[in-house]
Design a protein around this ligand. Structure first.
Ligand SMILES: Cc1cc2nc3c(=O)[nH]c(=O)nc-3n(C[C@H](O)[C@H](O)[C@H](O)COP(=O)(O)OP(=O)(O)OC[C@H]3O[C@@H](n4cnc5c(N)ncnc54)[C@H](O)[C@@H]3O)c2cc1C
Length: 331
């Protein structure tokens, strides 16, 4: 029987309830349904938990479940790591780092470095990126193995509520978690057949000279960043969203300044910081930044916003000088 001996039955029911709940964690309830208890106790499933999709969500669930002693299998039709590792966060950030060198090289001269010439080789970058991605694949596979999670390669489809067909093989589980992520949506507009998605971007043989991006996404108290140059990052409400929700009491504070780094070569590079504040309570509703280290700075500010910090709380802080982040405390 797949049920781990290290857990008593109540603990297991407790965990499975959490995993089954459509809203995720809904509080410390226990599964009291007698029929459910009997079925779970006497059915001989291959796994306690079978996860479809080894992306960020599936891997996190597997990690948490095994820490409770649950017997887990995870099915993946493509490479482990999902969008984040294979064509999302990691390749995207590496690409932004690669692009950033251009500005660093040109600034180096104004800091006393001698002039030199360098050029960018897309295929070398892609090879280095692929090597890093493969290293992360291996780390995940090693981790799953060491944690006792079976990594099952193949496309899963449901046979019934407790059975998956994974490339022709039927595998059963007490609980099946669907963590299949999302697919890029291509709108039905003329010329759409010429477009690519991030999946194809990182497979391109040559670097495109220009690209236009359609689409984007924006979640409220989740800080997000855009890996571009200069970097952009945001958390909370935009000015327009705040006005819609709180009306005219909304106040915005902004500052545009030249970061110290660019001051030696006189480059017209600016950083923009903006706070959106609800006027009556002075509560900070959103923070937005375009400029160097924006993602590092905004994710720290997110904590303060989540805790309900006011503009006054920001003003009472003393920033680290000289830094870009200090400007947030003197808007
Ligand atoms: C270009 C890009 C950049 C991004 N940048 C960032 C960023 O900087 N920061 C950030 O936080 N987030 C970023 N994201 C978002 C992040 O990648 C996703 O939020 C995250 O990958 C979602 O994880 P997931 O596990 O839900 O889904 P996925 O990562 O999509 O994983 C789902 C997995 O399920 C597998 N699967 C699907 N159906 C089946 C099936 N029937 N059988 C077996 N396996 C199946 C898929 O192959 C896939 O591996 C980015 C996304 C993209 C596309």
């Amino acid at each position: 029987m797949a049920i781990s001996k290290s857990l008593d039955f109540v603990d297991k029911s407790f965990l499975l309830h959490i995993l089954r709940s459509p809203k995720g964690w809904t509080g410390p309830k226990k599964v009291d349904d007698k029929e459910e208890r009997l079925r779970a106790a006497f059915m001989n499933f291959d796994y306690d938990l079978l996860i479809i999709g080894a992306g960020s969500a599936g891997l996190a669930a597997a990690k948490r479940a095994t820490s409770y002693g649950v017997h887990v299998g995870i099915a993946e039709q493509a490479d482990v790591g999902g969008a984040c590792i294979n064509y999302g966060c990691i390749p995207e950030k590496l690409m932004a780092y690669a692009a950033n060198f251009s500005s660093l090289f040109s600034n180096a001269i104004s800091y006393g470095w001698s002039e030199f010439h360098s050029s960018f080789d897309w295929s070398k970058f892609i090879a280095a990126k692929d090597q890093k991605v493969e290293q992360i694949h291996q780390l995940h596979i090693k981790y799953l193995k060491e944690s006792g999670v079976d990594f099952i390669r193949g496309r899963a489809s449901f046979v019934d509520a407790h059975t998956l067909d994974i490339d022709g093989k039927q595998i059963t589980a007490d609980t099946i978690l669907i963590a299949v992520g999302a697919q890029p949506f291509k709108p039905n507009i003329p010329g759409i057949e010429h477009t690519i998605t991030p999946k194809e971007l990182f497979q391109m043989k040559t670097l495109p000279k220009h690209i236009a991006i359609i689409g984007g996404d924006y979640y409220e108290l989740v800080p997000i960043s855009v890996s571009c140059i200069p970097e952009a990052a945001t958390v909370g409400l935009t000015e327009a969203q705040a006005l819609e929700k709180f009306g005219k009491s909304v106040q915005c504070y902004r500052e545009k300044f030249q970061p110290l780094f660019y001051s030696l070569n006189g480059q017209d590079e600016k950083t923009l910081i903006k706070l959106v504040v609800e006027g009556k309570s002075e509560r900070v509703l959103g923070a937005h930044m375009v400029g160097e280290s924006a993602s590092e700075i905004i994710q720290s500010i997110a904590v303060a916003i989540k805790l309900g910090a006011t503009k006054n709380d920001f003003d009472n802080n003393i920033g680290i000088h000289p830094s870009s982040a200090e400007e947030i405390f003197s808007l």
